[in-house]
Design a protein around this ligand. Structure first.
Ligand code: ADP
Ligand code: MG
Length: 332
């Protein structure tokens, strides 16, 4: 890498667009954001480590830049917030070429444009070996419209957007070095944050609790259930699967575990009162995003997977946990 730290920051700064709420952006010690009356500033940070979260022989740097933004914005979507700004801290490997740095930044800026957010600051460092990316996103939400994890009530419906398991299946095929299709690769390397959906569900007060699926329904839903002090019953045949996933499932029924534990779907999982069904279905049609009712919230603090036969399904494994040594879904 020939470009120096300050030259690079300057280069980044020249590409940044203006924003009404951003009072102070790149160039000072801190950025400063104006928060409108009755709104709250919501913030989330994610770390993306080469060898743990991504592999440079599996992804191009442009996609990686876009994905880094999308997976962070997905956390704002999960709260029903409107995204505003991003801080980007990056450790760039010494052996990166200027061209590689540009490809990564092109992806970052494409992500910023996609979600209409401004780059407000960050930190830039050289890394001896691996690429390290840490992104902090900030958004705004009206103080009464924030959708947290603790609002699910007994009798609420459980809904999910999009389809499940595609990203996990892509990762499986990448590890096995066969079977990957363009569709699955895109679902894994170019996820979309459901930001418009999240803010509509919040703005219209349709959801009582919500989160984004990053580790698989089996793990993530348990967080929501614990926070809300309730349980859930999921009807397995209602779980939304893509045509591609169904095709693979016909060849190998064991792949079904990826629907529940595959991770990196970045779909929204939410609970809602049953009398909101028709409004949620209209929203789904208006936004052209599939929303599927997959189960219900129950009082018993447990998660049941029900098959069409009426029997309960038992998972062989569990959701991904970075600190668990027994199960490793990371890409190493
Ligand atoms: P400091 O020494 O105060 O940490 P830096 O020299 O690291 O300042 O950064 C100078 C300015 O450039 C700051 O406003 C910082 O937010 C911004 N900046 C640094 N790196 C990045 C980056 N990768 N993306 C966006 N802004 C950055
Ligand atoms: Mg700094």
């Amino acid at each position: 890498m020939r470009v120096g730290e300050f030259e690079l920051i300057d280069k980044i700064r020249r590409r940044v667009k203006n924003s009404d709420e951003l009072r102070l952006g790149i160039g000072d010690d801190c950025s400063s954001i104006a928060v409108p009356l009755d709104h709250e500033l919501v913030t989330s940070t994610d770390l993306l480590l080469e060898g743990v979260h991504f592999r440079l022989d599996w992804t191009d740097l442009f996609s990686l830049g876009m994905k880094s933004i999308a997976v962070n914005i997905s956390d704002l979507a999960a709260m029903g917030a409107r995204p505003l700004s991003v801080h980007l801290a990056v450790g760039l490997p010494l052996n990166f070429s200027d061209q590689q740095v540009d490809q990564f930044l092109d992806g970052i800026f494409a992500g910023l444009d996609r979600y209409n957010v401004v780059l407000a600051g960050g930190d830039t460092c050289k890394s001896s070996d691996h690429l390290v990316i840490s992104i902090t996103v900030q958004g705004l939400c009206h103080k009464d419209r924030l959708i947290k994890r603790d609002g699910a009530k007994v009798g609420n419906d459980l809904w999910v957007s999009g389809t499940l398991g595609d990203s996990g299946l892509a990762l499986r095929f990448l590890q096995q070095k066969q079977g990957l299709t363009e569709f699955l690769d895109q679902r894994h390397h170019r996820p979309e944050a459901r930001i418009e959906l999240g803010s509509s569900l919040g703005g219209l007060s349709l959801a009582t609790a919500m989160l984004d699926l990053s580790d698989g329904i089996d793990g993530d839903l348990r967080h929501l259930l614990k926070a809300s002090e309730v349980g859930a019953r999921i009807e397995l045949e209602r779980l939304p699967l893509s045509h591609e996933f169904r095709t693979e499932l016909q060849k190998d029924a064991a792949l079904f575990e990826l629907v529940l534990c595959g991770g990196e779907d970045y779909e929204l999982l939410f609970t809602a009162e049953p009398d909101k069904r028709s409004r949620i279905e209209s929203l789904s049609a208006d936004m052209n995003i599939s929303l599927q009712r997959i189960g219900e919230i129950i009082a018993e603090p447990a998660l049941h997977y029900c098959e069409a036969t009426g029997l309960n399904y038992q998972l062989q494994s569990g959701a991904f946990d970075h600190f668990s040594s027994t199960r490793d879904r990371s890409c190493e």
